[in-house]
Design a protein around this ligand. Structure first.
Ligand code: PGA
Length: 249
């Protein structure tokens, strides 16, 4: 089964609402593609204007985070239902910046993944090793542990519709991309892990992105690998270059 490529921008804490609308309009003609699904994961405050601004285009909107509770006294948090009602389709869960700066652990991320799926959102679940872990040779063990922990209690059919992003922490925002071989090796290991926990058809269906200093020059080689189904793009998603990444061929 052919998996449709998916290229998602992760805007992080960039773009005020008015800048966001301007960026969407600038990128609109550049990101047109029949072969690639295009997603903008934007700051919470930009969601409503961006959903409006992408109307009629091939772009869908994602959030960068959410909370797992339905509603109530969780000051500052946003629920899955709020995202769905605002027109959001995807939600990034477990980005290394959230794991590191905001101390989100696998137990919490597992709850978020389950709630997102229950609400009808597609999680973009992030995993990735630090430089220290890579140098110690524990990358694949670490990634398997993250995936298994974060997907506990998630069904095969739910996983089949998900996106998993492999993002080596040392490659994020550093301009240091993983080599094509490194990226393919880990994305394949993720797919093998899904086959091991679930089955071959689930592993064949789940989409696995690479993220970490993806740019217009390296996208083609990365996205041409057999187990890499697109990218999660930070810095380069805020520029016209994003159009070149979407149209990487
Ligand atoms: P980068 O970020 O493309 O700026 O390295 C990727 C990410 O953190 O998702």
């Amino acid at each position: 089964m052919a998996r449709k490529k998916i290229v998602a921008g992760n805007w992080k804490m960039n773009m005020t609402p008015s800048q966001a609308v301007e960026l969407v309009n600038t990128l609109k003609p550049l990101v047109v593609s029949d072969d690639v699904e295009v997603v903008y994961c934007v700051p919470a405050i930009d969601i409503v204007p961006v959903v409006e601004a992408v109307k009629g285009s091939n772009v869908t909107v994602g959030a960068e985070n959410m909370y797992f509770e339905d509603k109530g006294a969780y000051t500052g948090e946003i629920s899955a239902e709020m995202l769905v009602d605002a027109g959001v389709k995807y939600v990034i869960i477990g980005h290394s910046e959230r794991r590191d700066y905001f101390k989100e652990d696998d137990a919490l991320l597992n709850k978020k993944v389950k709630k997102a799926l229950e609400a009808g959102l597609v999680p973009i679940l992030c995993c990735g090793e630090s430089l220290e872990q890579r140098e110690m040779g524990v990358t694949l063990d670490w990634i398997r542990l993250q995936i298994k922990s974060d997907l506990q209690g998630v069904s095969a059919s739910q996983v089949a519709g998900m996106v998993i992003a492999y993002e080596p922490i040392w490659a994020i925002g550093t301009g240091k991309t993983a080599t094509t071989e490194q990226a393919q090796e880990v994305c394949k290991a993720i797919r093998d892990t899904i086959a091991e926990i679930y089955d071959a058809s689930t592993a064949d269906a789940v989409r696995i992105q690479y993220g970490g200093s993806v740019n217009a020059a390296n996208a083609n080689e990365l996205f041409s690998q057999p187990d890499i189904d697109g990218g999660l793009v930070g810095g380069a998603s805020l520029k016209a270059d994003f159009g070149k990444i979407v149209n990487y061929k």
